[in-house]
Design a protein around this ligand. Structure first.
Ligand code: ATP
Ligand code: LTN
Length: 339
């Protein structure tokens, strides 16, 4: 029986996956690989939309693959690859960028946020980032895209582009659906709990990384910003810091934030923070060990990516061939096949 196809990606922009990435995305990826034909990739071409150090990007890409394996992705159950190993993604991105309105792209809130941060350095690549993301999804004819809430606008654009292309050039793309995560969908910075936990935050103090020494992470939980009234209650509007901790605790232990709140009611914040720190360390310490194990076996990582890349090129290459024909490009008889 064929399983429905699903795709998602995570940028290797830091040296470590953080807790927001895990609870907002990867935890679901691990579960979904069982019931879907899942493709997971590192969008390294997206990473150069911000200034990067080339050696660092290469190193981070490998570290991310190792962490994804340590967190539970299984190459026997899913396809893992690196975006730049599949030329079809960028080929399709160009076609899609020609279907995207300038105003439409200008409304992307992630572009507004990131271009504010990058200022004068903002590139055209950052602006067309959502077209490349749409290509990543549409090239694989994926039905489902598990992402955190912050990516839902890009998903909506992807759906619009698929429908627009199909309407203009004939049925070509599957119109994908986002699969947003509810509990733990948004993890907030431990120091600035009204901002999402993000690799690009200005300070490291509020971000919990899987590759950090677990003791460092435990301390970050214990010194998380909360409030002064001392009442344990799940109330994201009035008590963002505490509610963030309750949500994280709930997601790590597969319960609800309300239940955790009930458990710690009347106990003050101290006990909650200490127990949450412990729960995180119990989860993260073995993940870190397994990651280091994979990084010691570079040949195995290379093999996994080579096999994944081959499968990805097969699928995406076939889509681009159909797209090129549909938009009216002259067939290239000098080539044996399209990449
Ligand atoms: P940045 O904010 O610096 O662009 P990031 O930390 O958001 O990077 P991404 O690579 O953009 O990381 O995201 C990988 C996945 O993790 C995406 O599906 C995204 O929605 C999800 N994600 C990232 N941060 C959070 C968060 N704080 N809460 C929930 N999900 C998150
Ligand atoms: N933009 C996403 C990463 C990403 C992605 C994708 C996710 C690039 N291409 C395709 C899902 C499907 C992010 O920053 N989280």
């Amino acid at each position: 029986m064929t399983q429905p196809r699903l795709i998602s990606g995570i940028q290797a922009t830091g040296s470590s996956i953080h807790l927001g990435n895990y609870l907002g995305a990867i935890k679901q990826w691990v579960q979904l690989q069982q019931d879907y034909e899942a493709l997971y990739f590192i969008p390294d071409q997206h990473s150069i939309t911000a200034p990067i150090d080339p050696a660092q990007l290469r190193e981070n890409t490998l570290r991310y693959v190792a962490q994804l394996l340590a967190l539970g992705l299984d190459p026997a159950q899913c396809t893992m690859f690196v975006q730049s190993h599949v030329p079809a993604n960028a080929q399709l991105a160009w076609v899609l960028s020609c279907l995207t309105g300038f105003g439409e792209a200008s409304r992307m809130t992630q572009f507004k946020d990131k271009s504010d941060k990058q200022g004068e350095q903002t590139s055209v690549g950052l602006f067309t980032y959502p077209c490349l993301m749409a290509a990543d999804i549409l090239a694989y004819q994926a039905e489902l895209v598990p992402v955190g809430e912050d990516q839902s606008q890009h998903l909506e654009l992807t759906r619009n582009l698929a429908e627009r292309f199909n309407h203009r050039f004939g049925e070509t793309f599957v119109v994908p659906k986002a699969r947003l995560v509810k509990a733990g969908a948004r993890v907030y910075d431990l120091r600035e709990p009204t901002k999402k936990m993000s690799k690009s935050a200005s300070s490291e103090a509020g971000i919990v990384h899987f590759m950090d020494d677990p003791k460092v992470s435990a301390k970050k939980f214990r010194s998380a910003v909360t409030d002064n009234d001392g009442e344990v209650r799940f109330d994201p509007a009035q008590k963002p810091g505490l509610s963030n901790l309750l949500s994280i605790f709930a997601a790590l232990t597969d319960t609800t934030a309300e239940e955790v709140a009930l458990q710690y009611q009347g106990g003050g914040y101290g006990a909650l923070k200490v127990d949450l720190a412990e729960a995180f360390v119990a989860f993260a310490a073995p993940v870190r060990e397994r990651t280091l194990g994979w990084l010691d076996n570079r040949a195995a990582l290379d093999r996994i990516l080579a096999e994944g890349g081959e499968r990805a090129r097969e699928i995406a290459g076939a889509t681009v061939a159909r797209v090129y024909e549909a938009v009216g490009f002259l067939p290239d008889h000098g080539r044996s096949g399209r990449s």
